[in-house]
Design a protein around this ligand. Structure first.
Ligand SMILES: [Zn+2]
Ligand SMILES: [Zn+2]
Length: 459
């Protein structure tokens, strides 16, 4: 195995302290997925509040404290040394097999349940952003770090501090109840979800490249992202494609430099580039079958020329592509290359197109989504579960979900009384989800593990 194995001790049962299951009969009588089956040797858990694992208040307080500490000490992608250290220490103390240093700072813990069953992966991302925090919170970040050769402020402006704290909380609860777990739980603490620094690799893609799924191949992987565009504790979910792929394209148009007064003496890359920008708009509107999936093509950079009376020899263009279908994504790469090259040729210039593939489409496995929906509904309450639309942002959870069935949901964090439509969103210097989301996210992780494991072992 290519990662340093720090601890391989499997602790004995840690007791059942903290099991605060509720017996509220108020939950809706949801259909038990297993009721349709013949009586099984192992009785499946009823899908009721009585079987919902709720974390004790003391653990919730710990999770809040971890989150505040991590929030106050944010670290940029591939530099999550302190955060990874906290996680490693925590998982080791819980008696897990711990792997560190994956994709620079990634940490993975393996917890073997008391009963045989599947491998269930839970993922949290650990990185912060070059943003100057303006929340005014008592634990606001004043941290700085080097980024692109400059000293920049750093903030957990995307809520990854919460993801780490929730998964640490889930690890603690599940370790204490390991005897009741069917299967093995894999805790993945991932670096650099927001992208590695220029010139470096990172994130989910690098963890997989370095053999993450050689440690254990999950039968399902679960992820949560906090936001503020819905009330705290509300969950948005979308089966199938949920978030877009994100790919960067670069186009260089080469012409022949000449005097601005004598354009016939050269080949004008500025006019050619302008035509490429316009013609590229017809790819989405005229050439892609938009009944299959929407797509976005945007130019963000156009550079060329030095002086009003010189037609330059080169223009540089750059932009982003977003897709919700992996097939249409490949088609879009082809079409953009074709349009740019042929348009440039029509102007006696030459276009060179480079596609830098970013994150794939985040696809939630429909079967896994359907199977875990009753659990999700039970944890958050049916009135707080809402189907979500497509999101044009991208997420590197997509790499895992292309390899194994994945379920990724959005957890609301708007404060009570706050209008979610005006709450500061992810990446804002004012981003501040309500801390009650920590309990909800932790309990989602925990209950997905218990229910997926138990259901997977039914004959
Ligand atoms: Zn983000
Ligand atoms: Zn994020």
């Amino acid at each position: 195995m290519k990662f340093p194995l720090l601890v391989a001790s499997m602790a004995l049962a840690l007791g059942t302290i903290g099991c605060a299951q509720t017996n509220s009969p108020s939950g809706p009588a949801l259909a038990n997925l297993n009721q349709a089956k013949e009586p099984a040797a192992v009785t499946p858990p009823a899908n009721t509040q009585a079987n919902t694992h709720r974390i004790p208040t003391a653990l919730e307080q710990s999770i809040i404290a971890w989150r505040r500490d991590i929030h106050q000490h944010p670290e940029l992608g591939n530099r999550e040394f302190r955060t990874a250290g906290l996680v490693e220490q925590h998982l080791t103390a819980l008696g897990m097999q711990v792997h560190t240093g994956i994709a620079h700072t990634g940490v993975v813990g393996l917890l073997t349940g008391g009963k045989p069953g599947p491998v269930i992966a839970l993922r949290a991302d650990m990185d912060a952003l070059p943003v100057k925090e303006q929340t005014g919170l008592p634990f606001a970040s004043t941290a700085t770090a080097e980024y692109r050769g400059e000293q920049v402020p750093v903030m957990h402006a995307c809520g990854h501090d919460m993801h780490v704290a929730m998964l640490m909380g889930a690890a603690e609860y599940l370790a204490k109840h390991r005897n009741d777990i069917h299967g093995t739980v894999m805790f993945i603490f991932q670096p650099a979800e927001e992208g590695a620094p220029p010139g470096e690799e990172g994130g989910a893609e690098l963890m997989l490249k370095e053999g993450l799924f050689d440690i254990a191949k999950p039968d399902a992987i679960f992820g949560i992202h906090v936001g503020s565009n819905s009330p705290a504790g509300h969950v948005g979910y979308k089966s199938g494609p949920a978030m877009a792929s994100s790919d960067r394209f670069q186009i260089t148009v080469e012409g022949v430099q000449t005097h601005g007064s004598r354009p016939w003496g050269g080949a004008d890359p500025i006019v050619a580039a302008a035509s490429i920008v316009n013609n590229a708009q017809t790819i989405v509107s005229r050439q892609l079958n938009l009944t299959e999936a929407p797509a976005v093509l945007s130019f963000g950079i156009i550079q060329g020329g030095m002086r009003n009376n010189i037609i330059p020899d080169q223009v540089y263009l750059e932009g982003t592509l977003r897709n919700f279908d992996m097939g249409l994504r490949a088609t879009m790469f082809e079409k953009l290359t074709q349009v740019a090259e042929h348009t440039a040729a029509a102007h006696n210039t030459k276009a060179t197109v480079t596609i830098n593939e970013g994150y794939p489409v985040t696809i939630n496995n429909p079967e896994l989504m359907a199977r875990m929906l009753p659990t999700t509904e039970r944890v958050v309450g049916s009135d707080k579960l809402t189907p979500a639309g497509l999101g044009t942002a991208a997420e590197d959870f997509s790499f895992y979900a292309l390899e194994v069935p994945g379920k990724y949901v959005f957890l609301g964090g708007a404060h009570p009384g706050q209008d979610p439509s005006t709450a500061a969103g992810n990446h804002s210097p004012f981003f501040n989800p309500h801390e009650s989301t920590l309990r909800v996210g932790t309990e989602l992780f925990i209950n997905w593990v218990f229910d997926f494991g138990a259901q997977a072992t039914q004959p």
